[in-house]
Write a protein that binds this ligand. Structure first.
Ligand SMILES: [Zn+2]
Length: 246
């Protein structure tokens, strides 16, 4: 590592420097590269954050997600965040900006004890919100049942086990705002209204998905994207998302 890249002691560079592939500062760039290849974080949109106990690792704003490096990662202490308008970072890479998704990731960590939160701009997620927007009722809830992939979701916060094949998966939808950080209040309200959800759709924007671990957040994000794509295709074929098979 060149000293110019390593920065000074003040940068807290040691927080993001590890040979362990599973270290959050190594894992976030690797995950973002995978998500970029899926079209989830195109054009610097979307992001990922991992919490390790009280330390939160965040992808920065405006960085091409497939080119991100460990050096680009922000770090903060969750317990030290008193005022959302004056966020305190342990590590702030020079010449980068913190992600506007930060308060939304923090909501998943503080309100749901999540270990990882993934935000995608997947076209399937956006299309599902558009389909809901154009239906006469129930514009703010995506529901689907009797699809095998639903088993990829946990039953809910502090509940054991996964959803079953016949269970109905429900994902609330919140309205988009011009500035991403302004979504925080409605995202938190959706979490309160649907305490068992692991995801919130944002109309015409994308989805936030979280899980207790990186593994769970990633598999839930993948399962969800699969279901969103399926749902769009089902709607094109005139097939309902809910069926009464039991
Ligand atoms: Zn976004």
């Amino acid at each position: 590592m060149q000293s110019s890249m390593a920065g000074s002691e003040d940068d807290n560079h040691h927080l993001i420097r590890s040979d362990d592939r599973q270290h959050p500062a190594n894992l976030i760039p690797e995950l973002c590269r995978k998500f970029w290849s899926l079209g989830w974080v195109t054009g610097t949109g979307g992001g990922t954050s991992i919490r390790d106990d009280d330390l939160v690792y965040l992808a920065p704003s405006g960085v091409q997600k497939e080119l991100m490096k460990s050096e680009d990662i922000y770090v903060l202490e969750l317990s030290k965040q008193v005022d959302p308008k004056k966020r305190v970072y342990l590590r702030s890479p020079p010449s980068l900006k913190p992600s506007q998704c930060t308060p939304l990731f923090i909501a998943a960590f503080t309100k749901r004890g999540a270990g990882c939160c993934i935000h995608t701009h997947s076209q399937w997620a956006v299309l599902v919100t558009l389909l809901l927007e154009n239906q006469p009722a129930n514009k703010t809830l995506f529901e689907i049942n009797n699809i095998e992939q639903i088993k990829g979701f946990g039953k809910g916060y502090q509940k054991q086990g996964a959803l079953g094949y016949h269970d109905t998966l429900r994902i609330p939808v919140i309205e988009n705002t011009p500035f991403e950080e302004d979504l925080t209040e409605s995202l938190e309200a959706a979490m309160d209204m649907y305490p068992d959800t692991y995801a919130v759709l944002v109309r015409r924007h994308g989805v936030y998905v979280w899980g207790e671990t990186v593994h769970k957040a990633k598999t839930q994000a993948e399962s969800l994207d699969y279901l969103f794509q399926l749902a769009v295709e089902m709607r094109k074929l005139g097939l309902p998302w809910l069926s009464d098979i039991a």
